[in-house]
Ligand binder design. Structure first.
Ligand code: NAD
Length: 488
């Protein structure tokens, strides 16, 4: 059964002005499960106007009241959790336990920013004339925030934008990915409908139409976007003439380094998890594995054994470890990266093929004899591949980790403090995990360096993103100053 799910503007259901719709598919079955409106600039304008009107009140709503509204959204989310997780799984594809984790993390983000938003908004600084002057550094909401979200963690990555933007006193227009609009709409209309109309709006549609209309709308001062480097570059180029505040969280090509002292079996478990979570469709997936030459064979064998035991299936099926890729184009890219690596001399230890079944599945794949110049080691694969390269010295491997143009995350397995310190100081990445890959911390800022973009989500930095700074210099007296004109 398919469902038509309209957009959500000012707490009302709205179809696109054009009347056009976009299909939403279950990537494990290739069945159309519903449709969302193909919104365009007229729809974006309607949503932005609603958000602009709502901001006049929302910016003066007490922070404590905003916090309570966010907590109420958490409570409502728990009432609808099963239904939301099922829809998330059907639309996005990963295994249900991973969807449950995503939902829990998203709700934690709402709670965290509800509380952080109750704290101070700025500071008082010393004045030149302390008896008669007051100097305030104010942190103020921008107004309307545009939140552009990818499909790989649609609720989580939305929550990292929505919760701090609201807690800071902004109103929001959300543009979800075309692939995961249904679950986004379901979450917002069911669990945030107690917010005043216009404070949260969702416009669906393609990036080129709805997304770009949001980026270029003159009343949207901030664009918070997670997605690919190419989309980030496009957004930056159209937003630059309008001097928008951009918060970009872009692609990754994370390295995973196994130090000579690492426990081999445990390192193999860690790599299997950090490379194959969400079928490798995580911005911080380990996509380049470096192991000392001497242990390569034993390590690769251990990883291949673990990987070949994983069960592919529909995310809702009991016992599924790994779901499909989210769309056929993403599977094609994985297939191409593996084929090019093999043509250049890489060897497949397990996987390396499209299984004979419906859905956009690709077998989890372990490769050895890769070198750093293969596309599988340079370009973001965003799929279930584990290319294992070798190294011989710490400085050498740090240089190779840093050779990527991206700088999102990096992982090291070691217990040697000298190796660990040299690694985290030497690596150009926004997050460095020692032994425990891909674990986020709500108080710890998350984001990248270099081509990944400099945006930071989570932590106080994630709230600061949605606040602009104003300095107020207040002299209580109206007397003229002696240093004013005339000088004589
Ligand atoms: P994408 O860039 O294709 O799309 C992201 C969003 O941008 C979608 O909502 C899309 O509709 C929209 N969009 C596309 N073109 C646009 C335009 N011209 N103007 C405005 N909006 C536009 O990315 P994706 O395929 O959805 O997600 C995968 C990518 O996201 C990967 O590269 C991954 O590494 C990255 N990612 C990064 C992080 C991070 O925190 N750094 C987290 C998750 C995913």
């Amino acid at each position: 059964m398919t469902t038509d799910r309209p957009m959500w503007i000012a707490n009302e259901h709205v179809t696109a002005r054009s009347g056009a719709w976009i299909d939403s598919e279950d990537p494990a079955t290739e069945e159309v499960i519903g449709r969302v409106p193909a919104g365009g600039s007229a729809d974006v304008d309607r949503a932005v106007r609603a958000a602009r009107d709502a901001w006049d009140e929302w910016r003066y709503t007490a922070a404590n009241d905003r916090a309570e509204l966010l907590h109420e959204a958490v409570a409502k989310s728990y009432e609808h959790l099963d239904e939301l997780i099922d829809l998330l799984t059907r639309e996005q594809g990963k295994a249900r336990p991973e969807q449950e984790e995503e939902a829990e993390w998203a709700l934690t983000s709402l709670r965290y920013y509800a509380e952080l938003g109750r704290n101070g908004l700025g500071r008082v600084i010393p004045s030149g004339e302390p008896r008669t002057q007051l100097n305030l550094v104010l942190k103020e909401p921008y107004g309307v925030v545009g939140a552009i979200v990818p499909w790989n963690y649609p609720l989580l990555l939305l929550s990292w934008k929505l919760a701090p933007a609201l807690a800071a006193g902004n109103t929001v227009v959300i543009k979800p990915s075309e692939l995961t609009s249904m679950v986004t709409l379901a979450w917002i209309e069911r669990c945030f409908d107690h917010f005043p109309p216009g404070v949260i709006n969702v416009v669906t549609g393609t990036g080129a139409d709805a997304g770009e209309a949001l980026v270029t709308h003159p009343d949207v001062r901030v664009i918070a976007m997670t997605g690919s480097v190419a989309t980030g570059q496009r957004i930056a180029s159209v937003a630059a003439p309008m001097m928008k505040h951009l918060h970009l969280e872009l692609g990754g090509k994370d390295a995973f380094v196994v130090a000579p002292d690492a426990d081999l079996e445990a390192a193999a478990d860690a790599v299997t998890y950090s490379a194959l979570l969400n079928a490798g469709q995580v911005c911080t997936s380990s996509e380049r594995i470096f192991v000392p030459s001497g242990i390569r064979d034993a390590f690769a064998e251990a990883v291949a054994t673990k990987v070949s035991a994983l069960r592919l299936g529909h995310g809702l099926d009991e016992g599924t470890d790994m779901g499909p890729l989210a769309a056929d184009a993403f599977r094609d890219k994985v297939e191409r990266h593996v084929a090019e690596a093999v043509a250049d001399g890489a060897r497949v230890l397990t996987g390396g093929a499209v299984p004979d079944r419906r859905g956009y599945f690709y077998e989890p794949t372990v490769l050895v004899d890769v070198d750093d110049h293969m596309t599988i080691m340079t370009d973001e694969t965003f799929g279930p591949t584990i290319p294992i390269a070798t190294y011989d010295g710490l400085d050498e491997v740090i240089a190779r980790v840093n050779a990527s143009e991206m700088g999102l995350g990096a992982t090291l397995r070691s217990s040697d403090p000298l190796v660990i310190k040299r690694f985290y100081e030497g690596v150009k990445a926004g997050t460095v995990w020692i032994n425990d890959p891909l674990t986020d911390n709500y108080a710890g800022p998350f984001g990248g360096m270099k081509m990944t973009g400099g945006g930071r989500e989570l932590g106080p930095e994630g709230l600061e993103t949605f606040l602009e700074t104003k300095h107020v210099h207040w002299d209580f007296s109206q007397d003229p100053k002696e240093w004013w004109f005339p000088y004589s």
